[in-house]
Design a protein around this ligand. Structure first.
Ligand code: ADP
Length: 218
């Protein structure tokens, strides 16, 4: 798995870097119409975001692994944070669902954002860009965040394993999808640092549901 990881990371770094370089060269060499330039710059931005997300994931995973990540908790407007993340995806992919307003939580905003980003990225990635459902609600002491997709789903035997570091399901779909196997490792660590729980279930009629439960009482 370590070897697979190195291979996929190298590939994942090389592709966006090569794309950015090629676009840079093209823009330098040719006098393109402004509209085309705009489009190419958009692709550069997309690729730098990918690189940034990836390096952030790797750094956080390393820190978590060495117990070097110091959690910085503060009073958060969780409804606002979830809406913000939802908004950041809206250009790329439609996200529907119900985000209850005025839910406050004492937690680490960076880790919580990373958790949502990773779950939503996966939901989009493993469902061929179909719309994703994102729900936030609170009942008594418990906050529930759900990310639902309509992809191929995750068989029960893999529902624990996918949270391991570097673990990727060895099926065709995963092989064809870019990834390093770090996302869900980070998600699980982040949720546990908030003394929360995460589990996977089946979506209807197909796909996966990732449910994060946070306790307001701890
Ligand atoms: P990756 O970088 O491979 O996406 P993750 O740690 O985020 O790594 O996920 C681990 C594995 O779990 C993935 O490689 C994939 O096989 C599976 N997986 C994660 N999310 C989903 C999903 N929403 N639907 C189906 N499979 C998923």
């Amino acid at each position: 798995q370590q070897n697979n990881f190195l291979l996929s990371v190298t590939h994942e770094l090389k592709t966006p870097i090569a794309t950015i370089r090629l676009i840079g060269e093209t823009i330098l060499k040719r006098s393109l119409p402004q509209e085309k330039q705009h489009e190419l710059l958009g692709t550069i931005l997309e690729n730098t975001t990918r690189l940034q997300d990836m390096t952030e994931n790797m750094l956080t995973a390393m820190q978590m692994e060495n117990n070097r990540y110091t959690i910085k908790k503060e009073a958060i407007d969780l409804s606002g944070l979830v809406n913000e993340v939802k908004q950041s995806f809206s250009l790329k992919n439609p996200i529907f669902g119900n985000i209850e307003s005025d839910i406050a939580f004492f937690g680490d905003p960076i880790l919580l954002k990373m958790t949502l980003n990773n779950l939503i990225e996966n939901a989009i990635k493993y469902s061929d860009n179909q719309p994703v459902e994102l729900n936030l609600s609170v009942k008594d002491r418990f906050i529930t965040i759900e990310v639902k997709d309509s992809g191929a789903g995750i068989e029960p035997e893999f529902r624990k394993k996918v949270f391991r570091k570097f673990y990727r399901i060895q099926d065709e779909e995963t092989r064809e999808t870019k990834g390093s196997g770090l996302g869900l490792f980070i998600v699980k660590q982040a949720v546990e640092k908030h003394k929360g729980k995460i589990y996977i279930s089946e979506n209807q009629p197909k796909g996966s549901v990732f449910t994060v439960v946070l306790d307001l009482g701890v």
